[in-house]
Ligand binder design. Structure first.
Ligand code: HEM
Length: 524
């Protein structure tokens, strides 16, 4: 601050050409492809499979290779691509450095998309003539993820920023991404070599959890540690419990994976796989406590006018993480390999993949992409409808599938069978809303636009003060003290309408609009 004030005191000497800020769209093709994949081979496929199971009243009525194709499309195509896209944008910014090897990101993108299309189409098909494409898909995927890891690690290591507690979560996430990709390569080579359509369930199911708790949760936890306190206006994380989570979870995951895989063959492994879920559950709950996600706001940012609808999505995602952790704790008490245990396992997967992970993607994308671009989400109504539909769908799926496991009743098959369509509608709306937002550029109003003649509830705060600077005093008189801050006016002011501002501050909107229009009328 001393240097800045000295520069101001010195007065503007030589003319400095400020660089034109190019919008960084590195995340866009990853996120758009993730939306296309989840709305085709992901959720749509899943919803059809689920309805078929519900009509046949039998989970084993559909061959597992189709479920694995859906699962892979969702793990790498929806979640994987979203995390890759956002990380390439966020990590350089939280590490205050440039993205390294940016030229490799397009190769990384093309290879991962090619591998996904090949894998999800070829694996369930039994045409011998096309099976050679399976190892090719796996080689493309492995090269792509190695490139991604190289870019991320080079960027993190190039940063001179002081290390934060989130750093090691990113690094652990990168290592688990590499390990799960290596496992995926081995599984594909195994089914190719033995001319099988499906990966043995005893290997595939624990591998899914290694990918979700290892790679996905570590990345989400890293980004949450770094940003949730600002997004939710709460105190920064409690480092002790968060550190505990890091060590317990990363030490438990390999034990969980190996013992789950051997559980059918060895009683010792079975006992270990039943025991290890307790420290894992403790670690997850300790993280939620450390993150303070359900704590009261510090109100430090309470007078900052901005859209906060994403906060309920982030908090609800953590409610679903607690629900999936509770199911994880029940599973060891259900007969190993029983139909009931399989149903609970499927519910755990869904509470984790849709309730927590997909909800977190929706919450963060709805917050970050508009902020990256300095605009609003295309439609707030669509965001609210997405939130309702995805929660209804997830609730119906998770609890109906548990009740199917407990009672086998037709009613619960029916409610479960409808759940996928609610989730498809939710992700369809979200995909359209985010796509429109990504295609919108910040509107730089031409000079003549200044002819703002009347303030309405939809008028942007920035446009009023920009056209009539004398209205600033009216804002301050009505309690919008942050409007005195030009940075706030130029960022939040551009996205906040009068309706949003007055609702945020419990200000009588009509009275405020009248006061502003009276002020403008004096001038014109
Ligand atoms: C949103 C709508 C979704 C629907 C309707 C859906 C539907 C299904 C169905 C019917 C199954 C087979 C039954 C079972 O194992 O419970 C399944 C399994 C699976 N799903 Fe989904 N799913 C959805 C979302 C997701 C997401 C977001 C992911 C991952 C990020 C995912 C990953 C998987 C995986 C990996 C399996 C196989 C699990 C195993 O066998 O261990 N699904 N899904």
């Amino acid at each position: 601050m001393k240097e800045l004030n000295e520069a101001i005191a010195k007065g503007g000497g030589e003319h400095v050409e400020l660089p034109k800020l190019e919008e960084d769209k590195i995340y866009e093709k990853f996120v758009k492809t993730a939306i296309i994949l989840t709305l085709t081979v992901g959720v749509t496929f899943g919803a059809i499979i689920l309805s078929y199971i519900a009509i046949r009243l039998n989970f084993n009525s559909i061959y597992y290779a189709l479920i694995q194709a859906h699962g892979h499309a969702q793990l790498y195509g929806w979640v994987g691509l979203c995390i890759m896209g956002f990380s390439l944008y966020i990590i350089p910014r939280v590490k205050n450095t440039e993205l390294r090897s940016r030229n490799l990101t397009s190769i990384c993108y093309v290879l991962i998309v090619a591998s996904l299309v090949l894998r999800t189409t070829i694996q369930p098909l039994s045409f011998p003539g096309t099976r050679f494409l399976l190892p090719i898909s796996s080689i493309c995927e492995t090269v792509s993820i190695c490139l991604f890891v190289l870019i991320i690690l080079r960027t993190i290591l190039a940063s001179k920023e002081k290390k934060g507690i989130f750093d090691k979560f990113f690094k652990a996430g990168v290592i688990w991404f590499l390990i799960s990709t290596g496992l995926n390569f081995a599984m594909v080579m195994y089914i190719y070599k033995h001319a099988l359509l499906e990966i043995p369930r005893a290997v595939f199911s624990p591998y899914v959890h290694l990918y979700l708790f290892g790679f996905v949760c570590m990345f989400i936890f890293a980004i949450n540690i770094r940003t949730v306190y600002a997004f939710l206006d709460i105190k920064p994380v409690r480092e002790k419990p968060v550190n505990l989570t890091f060590w317990i979870l990363n030490l438990s995951i390999p034990v969980y994976f190996v013992t789950q895989m051997l559980a059918d063959k060895s009683n010792v492994a079975l006992r270990f796989s039943q025991f290890i879920v307790f420290p894992m559950a403790f670690a997850i709950l300790a993280f939620i406590y450390g993150l303070r996600v359900f704590e009261r706001s510090t109100r430090e940012l309470h007078d900052v006018v901005m859209d906060r609808s994403y906060t309920k999505t982030i908090r609800t995602a953590y409610i679903w993480l607690i629900i999936s952790t509770m199911i994880l704790l029940v599973i060891p008490f259900l007969g190993h390999g029983s139909e009931m245990q399989k149903r609970f396992h499927g519910s755990l997967n869904h509470a984790l993949t849709v309730g927590f992970i997909t909800m977190m993607i929706i919450g963060y994308a709805s917050k970050m992409i508009p902020t990256f671009k300095g605009i609003n989400m295309h439609s707030q109504k669509m965001s609210d409808l997405t939130f309702i539909l995805i929660n209804v769908g997830c609730f119906l799926r998770v609890f109906s599938q548990i009740l199917v496991g407990v009672s086998g009743k037709k009613l619960f098959y029916a409610t479960m069978g409808t759940s996928g369509w609610f989730e498809l509608a939710a992700l369809g709306l979200f995909g359209y809303n985010l796509w429109k937002t990504m295609n919108t550029t910040q509107v730089v109003k031409p000079a003549e636009a200044k002819k703002l003649l009347e303030v309405t509830k939809d008028t942007k705060v920035f446009d009023i003060v920009d056209a009539y600077p004398e209205t600033l005093q009216v804002f301050i008189d009505f309690g919008f003290s942050q409007m005195a801050n030009p940075v706030m006016r130029n960022t939040m002011g551009r996205v906040a309408s009068i309706e949003m501002a007055t609702r945020m501050h419990n200000v009588d909107m009509d009275k405020f609009i009248k006061a502003l229009n009276d002020k403008i009328a004096v001038k014109s």
